[in-house]
Ligand binder design. Structure first.
Ligand code: NAP
Length: 247
């Protein structure tokens, strides 16, 4: 008799947690990590890798059916709202169980000076005239600051930036980042403001610790609201949920 095929887990990735989950599942299941294809040379995850959009919720549902996916894990970035909504819709359409792996949001401590805003556009409006600012946001989000040519902008990109939508100094680096290096970066550019998305997790938190130590205010863009889904806050609880699905 033929061996039963290993269950297939599709991880919607693009985060450190997605990579860690793929590694932890190696040998237990067929694991496919899906990336949008935004980064030129992504770190290859354990298991299989596919790259590129599915073609909306219908495309994702078709992929789940065609590949006989048994469980879907949405481990995308908390600000990747479209793919997360598509995951909820595709799970509902196919009956493939969905888990959202979502790291907890950062919370300010007593020594933090955070100014919460609802969008990148609000962040752009909140910066004082002529501010020296570290825009710790994705390169495709810099366009939200195009109406503020008065700002002196520092950005950081994973790949060499090429033409940016705004005038900025770009440093090329891939996280995780350390507090001492972040502090040096902020001091060397005399940064007086930071704009950050509330991504959560440890890889990008060092800039917040550096800001706290230097007394730099942080304009914190709050997370988009996502449709409800079963959620795990990290890799360990996600593995426990998958074990409950027989993986
Ligand atoms: P998004 O706005 O939610 O997604 C836009 C479209 O990109 C989706 O509709 C989907 O296309 C495709 N897509 C997104 N993630 C995908 C994935 N993991 N696999 C296959 N297709 C995907 O997403 P985004 O904010 O542009 O983020 C794109 C990717 O970068 C995500 O995987 C995310 O985890 C990662 N990332 C995002 C951020 C951020 O701040 N947004 C930060 C770090 C990493 P179709 O509709 O055609 O399927």
């Amino acid at each position: 008799m033929a061996e039963p095929a290993a269950p297939t887990v599709l991880i919607l990735g693009g985060t450190a947690e997605a990579a860690a989950l793929a590694s932890a599942l190696a040998g237990r299941a067929r694991v496919v990590t899906s990336l949008a294809g935004r980064t030129r040379s992504p770190q290859p995850p354990a298991g299989e890798l596919r790259i590129g959009g599915f073609g909306g919720a219908e495309g994702l549902a078709a992929w789940l059916r065609a590949e006989r996916v048994s469980t879907l894990v949405d481990a995308t970035h908390p600000f990747a709202a479209n793919i997360s909504a598509n995951a909820v819709a595709a799970s509902a359409a196919t009956g493939v169980p969905l888990l959202r792996l979502e790291r907890p949001a950062w919370r300010p401590g007593p020594d933090d000076d955070w100014r919460p805003v609802g969008s990148l556009e609000d962040a752009a409006a909140a910066l004082p005239q002529g501010a020296r600012v570290f825009l710790a946001v994705g390169r495709q989000e810099l366009a939200a600051f195009a109406g503020r040519p008065d700002l002196r902008v520092l950005v950081r990109t994973v790949d060499p930036p090429g033409a940016l939508p705004i005038a900025a100094e770009a440093v090329v680096a891939r996280g995780p980042f350390e507090v001492a290096a972040e502090t040096r970066l902020l001091q060397s550019r005399r940064i007086a403001w930071i704009v950050s998305k509330n991504a959560g997790g440890s890889g990008a938190a060092a800039k917040l610790a550096a800001a706290r130590a230097l007394g730099i205010p942080v304009i914190m863009v709050e997370r988009p609201v996502l449709p409800p889904a079963e959620t795990a806050s990290g890799v360990e609880p996600a593995l426990a949920w998958l074990a409950g699905c027989g993986i």
